[in-house]
Design a protein around this ligand. Sequence first.
Ligand code: ATP
Ligand code: MG
Length: 260
Amino acid sequence: MSGLRHFASVKVPIRAQHEDGILLMEKPVLEVKELTRTYRSGERTLTVLDSVSLTLNPGSSCAVVGPSGSGKTTLLGLCAGLDRPTSGSVLLDGVLLDPLDEDQLAAVRSESVGFVFQTFQLIPTLTALENVVVPIELRAETRVRSRARELLDQVGLGDRLNHYPSQLSGGEQQRVSLARAFINQPKILFADEPTGNLDAETSERVTELLFELNAAAATTLVLVTHDLELAQRTQRIVELKKGTIHSDQDLLLKSKDLAL
Ligand SMILES: Nc1ncnc2c1ncn2[C@@H]1O[C@H](COP(=O)(O)OP(=O)(O)OP(=O)(O)O)[C@@H](O)[C@H]1O
Ligand SMILES: [Mg+2]
């Protein structure tokens, strides 16, 4: 771990200050280079991600869209250090993931990453509150439980703290998963269809929470969504098709163009 800490401590942002104080350059929070992920299926090799490169600046927001099976979840998993690429590299919050072992990857995730899974991935034997605390349980911070309560309250589950996942609806499990992703105040939050199971009102509340965190804590947001309205609230839309980047749209630049 000490080697990793040393590595992580080198992540000083490169800030090139212009005369008038405008920030021109920042070290990316995520730099993905030529990521390829293949699976073996009997005799065949299935390429689900094919040489994808992507760079994200701290505090930015990005939506990943594309048809079912285009590789969105696979890309998120690789970026977050949950899965390993067949080739290519991931630099996450200043740490190159490629040479890390499982424990080191887990340490980077706990330090820098929040992840909302498409399939929730709650631990069935733990209550909602305990599930939210899991990512930082071992840090033994005293305020963790009250922060977890606060988060569950924010996602509208203040009265479900002691429910087990089996006692929660799909949308409620989704919201526990969201609260869990926030608990370590991540530098970068990956959310795989975070509003996919929610009704319109709850979806709006969760979306607000995501963008609040993005603005207040400069958390980088990477959202997979089929909801075009949600995608258009981010600064950038990356469209995947058959494992490659089909289009990459900078919405910030577009809105500046419109303002001129
Ligand atoms: N463990 C695996 N073994 C073999 N193939 C896999 C595996 N995981 C994913 N795939 C394949 O990789 C492709 C991309 O899957 P992925 O889950 O990334 O798609 P997606 O874009 O997230 O789709 P959706 O919108 O339906 O969630 C799919 O065709 C899927 O069948
Ligand atoms: Mg998916």
